[in-house]
Design a protein around this ligand. Structure first.
Ligand SMILES: [Zn+2]
Length: 137
């Protein structure tokens, strides 16, 4: 997750107003792909990382700093992309407070059979993400 947070830092400032999310894919203890939020209308962190590897990823662990998006807005849903690639397990640092997510992304992953650990190294990820997350008006 520390590597994912470092990856997220690369997203700033081009990703704004989207949050600077970082993602790494790990297989057999080694990082095989990295991704971070691209400028609006381009890939989020998860699809960027997924695009770097081929085939099903049932033996892969995805570390991502923010809950994958459950909905299609400017880009397709990242949760759906992770399910389509059969990612085996995910560690997520922060739940997305956006009203259209708020745990729905996690729920989608779990319903697809993925093992998901939430609130993993949250305090380490929070300073990077919190200023950019959805806030109640
Ligand atoms: Zn996304």
């Amino acid at each position: 997750m520390r590597e994912a947070i470092a990856e997220g830092q690369k997203a700033l400032p081009a990703c704004l107003p989207n949050p600077p999310v970082g993602c790494v894919l790990v297989r057999d203890g080694a990082i095989i792909a990295r991704g971070h939020t691209q400028p609006p209308f381009e890939a989020h962190a998860e699809p960027m990382a997924l695009a770097q590897v081929e085939g099903p990823l049932s033996d892969v662990i995805c570390f991502v700093t923010l809950e994958p998006c459950s909905f299609h807005q400017r880009t397709p849903s990242c949760a759906k992309a992770m399910i389509a690639r059969q990612v085996g397990m995910a560690y997520v640092a922060m739940i997305d407070p956006h009203p259209r997510n708020q745990g729905r992304g996690i729920q989608m992953l779990r319903e697809a059979g993925m093992v998901v650990v939430t609130d993993f190294l949250t305090e380490q990820a929070r300073p990077q993400l919190a200023p950019y997350l959805y806030k109640e008006p």
